[in-house]
Design a binder for this molecule. Structure first.
Ligand code: CA
Ligand code: CA
Length: 91
């Protein structure tokens, strides 16, 4: 029984990890229209507001690299979850 539980936990962990990694690549790739591995402001604001862009470009070089994008993506996911919870409360 104990072995079964840890197997299920391991599988769940693998799926989550793969999903998170794949999701990041997928969304970043979709936003990166010219496929140069970074997001210009023009590419970015097609998907998110300028204020998110300003936050995302942490080093201010005018591009959002994938390493800069990941924490922003996490923040946005958290924000969306919070919004969903707020919407549920209002109903
Ligand atoms: Ca690009
Ligand atoms: Ca940057």
């Amino acid at each position: 029984m104990r072995r079964y539980v840890s197997l299920v936990a391991a599988m769940g962990f693998c799926l989550c990890f793969a999903g998170a990694a794949f999701g990041a690549d997928e969304e970043f790739a979709r936003m990166d229209q010219n496929k140069d591995g970074k997001l210009s402001q023009e590419e970015f604001v097609r998907w998110y507001p300028v204020k998110v862009w300003k936050k995302a470009d942490g080093d201010g070089d005018g591009y959002v690299q994938e390493t800069e994008w990941i924490p922003v993506r996490e923040g946005l996911a958290q924000y969306r979850r919070q919004e969903a919870r707020d919407a549920e409360v209002k109903q």
